[in-house]
Design a protein around this ligand. Structure first.
Ligand SMILES: C[S@@+](CC[C@H](N)C(=O)[O-])C[C@H]1O[C@@H](n2cnc3c(N)ncnc32)[C@H](O)[C@@H]1O
Length: 306
């Protein structure tokens, strides 16, 4: 029989420190909520309040591990996507950030339903415009019009100039939201709205939908299906006023549990009605827009002038 020396099993200094602090006996007297407390953050779960980057990187890593061959090809076709120092992980020797894997999911959904070769595209509310970057890098489109507020318009103008070759950059027109008339009588094959109708005044969304109804053949929309009021998600860190403002924007203002798939799917029925540009439009396809639990996407086609 082997007899181990007792001290071999002694706790390390590392665990001694834990047992004297987070796991001290008085702290584990009551274990009613220990799984979401410092106790479990020393056992099974990284503290989500202080490990945001870790969770983000884990999310990106998991997504990257599930990308298929076609998605990798679309991603690799987008040069200079690491400009601007995004938070990335490395997978298959590629640096990957969350923005561009989302762009790949959006583009894949679009390409399942549409041919974008030679298309004339209008995007409303573009941010720095990863979407334009992803589309132009993968499809030989004719033109890309961006409508946005002055600040993001300046950002996308500067960003796209940095990341796109001259020839592709030359296909883009930048239009202030107040200058829709600059578009003249152009008809667009496709209009895109990602994550921004939800942040505009209700009547502004209605004006844009009416514009799409009159001037576009297809409409791709990806937005939240509703609002949320769960302080545990962000500690309302930007203050109550910003929370109130966010709750008041857009056309889908129901407050739901955004991490309940049944509630999200139910709310998606309202989403599909709210974002249809008009009576003559038909929804060709719609689905949950991963990875965020409460985003939905749909593509509509104009079938007639009703
Ligand atoms: C959250 S960002 C989303 C950007 C981008 N689509 C993305 O997903 O990365 C919202 C965008 O909507 C734009 N926006 C807000 N109000 C607008 C309006 N009235 N007209 C046009 N764009 C607007 C903002 O300037 C910004 O570019």
């Amino acid at each position: 029989m082997i007899i181990m020396k007792k001290r071999k099993f002694e706790q390390s200094d590392f665990w001694k420190q834990i047992n004297e602090s987070q796991l001290s006996f008085n702290k584990i007297d009551n274990i009613d909520d220990f799984k979401s407390s410092d106790i479990n953050y020393k056992i099974a779960l990284f503290n989500p309040k202080t490990n945001g980057i870790r969770y983000l990187k884990t999310l990106i890593f998991n997504i990257a591990s599930g990308l298929n061959k076609n998605e990798w090809t679309l991603l690799q076709n987008i040069a200079k996507r690491n400009f601007g120092k995004p938070i990335t992980i490395t997978y298959n020797n590629q640096q990957i950030c969350l923005d561009y894997v989302q762009a790949i999911f959006e583009l894949t959904f679009l390409l399942k339903n549409l041919q974008l070769g030679d298309a004339s595209i209008l995007e409303i509310g573009a941010g720095y415009d990863r979407t334009c970057h992803a589309i132009i890098s993968n499809c030989d489109i004719k033109s890309y019009y961006i409508i946005d507020l002055a600040n993001c318009l300046q950002l996308s103008r500067r960003y796209l100039k940095k990341v796109l070759p001259e020839k592709d950059y030359g296909k883009i027109s930048f239009i202030r939201e107040s200058n829709l008339s600059e578009l003249g009588g152009i008809r667009f094959d496709l209009c895109i709205n990602i994550d921004s109708f939800d942040e505009m005044n209700h009547d502004v969304v209605e004006v844009y939908l009416s514009f799409i109804n009159q001037r576009c053949n297809f409409f791709y929309v990806k937005n939240p299906v509703g609002k949320y009021f769960d302080k545990s998600l962000d500690d309302h860190s930007q203050g109550n006023q910003v929370v109130e403002l966010a709750l008041s924007q857009g056309v889908l203002k129901d407050v739901i549990d955004i991490h309940n798939n049944v509630e999200v799917e139910k709310q998606a029925e309202k989403f599909l009605k709210a974002y249809s540009p008009g009576k003559g439009w038909q929804c060709l396809s719609n689905s949950w827009a991963k990875p965020w639990s409460y985003y939905w996407q749909a593509i509509y086609e104009k079938k007639g002038d009703q």
